[in-house]
Design a protein around this ligand. Structure first.
Ligand code: 3PG
Length: 237
């Protein structure tokens, strides 16, 4: 019997290389994770029953790179459920702070990792586990340490609290080859200020999942919030 080709996902039409990449189920790079949408949602889940509907709501709104933070006892089960049941989503683990976190994340099906800070151990653990890593930095010294280990796509955390747009502009001089995903204090309103910077590829934020939205099962609201971020997209090299 002839195989029926799988329809292309209805979301995230660019960049096209990523679709091919995802179809092959090959390892991702941090840059690919950052380039897929203007925002990487930072997701905290307390109930595994919320994981799949939330991922589907995000997908329906055009967001498929999903960072599920390892901050709750249910986080790994949530990652596992999304990886298993929502194949068009790309689930990653946030709050990766140790080698054990990286290993647990990849075992659960995470395809990328985000860390709140950077250590060489975490960097190496993610490499060993085959996980693309967006390491968190907040100072020049941390940027230099990450770059020394070969990481040049970084999360700036906590972005607003640690200097915001002005800090990123200042870093653009000495760290001209580094790209950032500012996270922490980003909203739909201030996101464009960050996305307009040449050294910012995307932002991260929890605003797409307001408090209680999962408990209330208000998935339409999540989809609407995801859709609202579309106009934030800037095509950058
Ligand atoms: C994170 O947990 O990575 C950030 O704190 C998310 O920050 P936000 O809640 O301000 O978006």
């Amino acid at each position: 019997m002839q195989a029926v080709p799988k329809p292309a996902p209805a979301v995230g039409s660019e960049p096209p290389f990523l679709k091919e990449y995802m179809n092959q189920n090959a390892p991702l790079t941090a840059l690919q994770v950052m380039q897929d949408a203007p925002v990487i949602p930072v997701i905290v889940l307390n109930d595994v029953a919320h994981a799949v509907p939330l991922a589907r709501a995000m997908l329906a709104g055009g967001i498929r790179m999903l960072e599920v933070t390892l901050r709750t006892p249910q986080a790994l089960a949530c990652i596992e459920a999304i990886a298993r049941e929502v194949p068009d989503a790309v689930v990653g683990a946030g709050t990766v702070r140790s080698k054990a976190d990286a290993q647990a994340a990849v075992n659960a099906g995470a395809r990328f990792a985000v860390s709140p800070g950077y250590t060489t151990k975490v960097g190496q653990a993610c490499r060993d586990a085959g996980l693309a890593l967006l390491p968190g930095v907040a100072t020049g010294g941390e940027i230099m340490a990450a770059c020394e280990d070969g990481f040049i796509e970084l999360k700036f955390f906590p972005a607003v609290q640690a200097g915001g747009v002005a800090m990123l502009k200042a870093w653009g001089g000495p760290f001209f080859d580094v790209k950032f995903c500012p996270t922490g204090g980003i909203t739909l309103q201030n996101a464009p200020d960050f996305l307009n910077l040449s050294n910012v590829v995307c932002v991260g934020g929890s605003w797409l999942i307001p408090a209680q939205v999962a408990e209330q099962g208000d998935w339409t609201r999540v989809t609407r919030l995801a859709e609202e971020t579309r106009h934030l997209r800037k095509n950058k090299p």
